[in-house]
Design a protein around this ligand. Structure first.
Ligand SMILES: [Zn+2]
Length: 325
């Protein structure tokens, strides 16, 4: 993990491996301090606190969660007494999509021989992601710490005269998606609306809303964007995400019209210029989302995560590339 200053008062902690769970955190070093997103486990959250500690005078008074996914909320408990701010949907969604016990069980299962063999036979993708996570993560001790302040469309903080706008943009990648904009410093913390140099994975939301949100970010004209995953960028990061989503939706439509399943389509769609992004086989999740829209299914239709990881695994195998999430 590394610390990077992105403007006069804004900083980022970046997880440079940029694989699944390697989320970024942000810091606005004004008004008692605001941390944006809190990492995937307690060791990473502690390391983030240590890195930000080089520039802040004390533990920050506020935390913002850009959405409900585990890799953005699992360090919340270390900010005792802080105000935790998120969109109104986030507390309830965290209970559904960020239950730490599920992931703890998964990693424990993958450590022991019999459950491992069983997993390999039934869910090879689940075993593969568990093995990858074991290399970097330790989910023990995580307890959900929920937002204490929720908002609907917009929440504005005034930090020593600098305005910080929390803008609700979901559901595009996930239900609670929020971006954090500092007009004066021309910085946007984009959460998982932007993945940089790694393949996005969206869960609940629509292509339309996601593309609109990327247009909004471009319109805000930031000098610096801190994405949810991957290195810091400018608006070219938003433009590339748009191009990726449009490409995948178009390719998906072609194969959908020919009657192929989302998995068959994912094995055939050329990665194109995105082959060098981390985890290109995660393409499957984006194809599946497009298929759901073509079938007019609701944006909040449930995901079978085991099936999704198995599909990503089989796309990687079919393409002859390393299995990586
Ligand atoms: Zn994330």
């Amino acid at each position: 993990m590394k610390l990077q200053q992105v403007s006069e008062s804004c900083f980022a902690v970046l997880n440079e491996k940029n694989r699944v769970c390697d989320a970024n955190s942000g810091l606005i070093n004004l008004g008692g301090g605001v941390v944006i997103d809190t990492q995937s486990d307690l060791p990473h959250a502690r390391r983030m606190i240590e890195l930000f500690g080089k520039v802040w005078p004390g533990m920050p008074r506020r935390v913002v969660n850009t959405h409900e996914d585990s890799d953005h909320v699992w360090g919340n408990q270390l900010f005792e007494g802080a105000e935790i701010i998120a969109h109104r949907t986030v507390p309830d969604r965290m209970r559904h999509v960020a239950d730490p016990h599920e992931s703890q069980k998964l990693l424990r299962g993958a450590e022991r021989l019999l459950p491992r063999l069983l997993l390999k036979a039934i869910h090879p993708g689940v075993l593969a992601i568990a093995k990858q996570l074991q290399q970097d993560y330790d989910f023990s001790g995580i307890e959900l710490a929920f937002p204490t302040t929720v908002f609907d469309e917009r929440h504005v903080l005034n930090l020593d005269g600098t305005e910080v706008h929390l803008i609700y943009v979901g559901p595009c990648h996930q239900v609670g998606d929020t971006i954090v904009h500092l007009p004066k410093e021309r910085v946007v913390f984009a959460g998982d609306v932007i993945f940089r140099q790694c393949t996005p994975m969206g869960w609940t939301g629509t292509y339309e809303k996601w593309l609109q949100t990327l247009d909004l970010i471009i319109w805000l004209d930031p000098e610096v964007i801190v994405p949810g995953h991957g290195p810091v960028c400018g608006i070219e990061g938003a433009m590339e995400m748009k191009a990726y989503l449009e490409y995948v939706r178009e390719e998906s439509r072609r194969f959908f019209d020919r009657g192929l399943t989302s998995l068959q389509a994912s094995k055939r769609i050329d990665f194109g210029p995105y082959a060098s992004w981390r985890g290109p086989a995660r393409l499957y999740a984006n194809v599946e989302r497009a298929y759901r829209e073509f079938r007019n299914e609701p944006a909040d239709a449930a995901w079978d995560t085991a099936k999704t990881f198995d599909a990503v695994y089989s796309v990687a195998r079919a393409k002859g590339i390393a299995v990586e999430f």
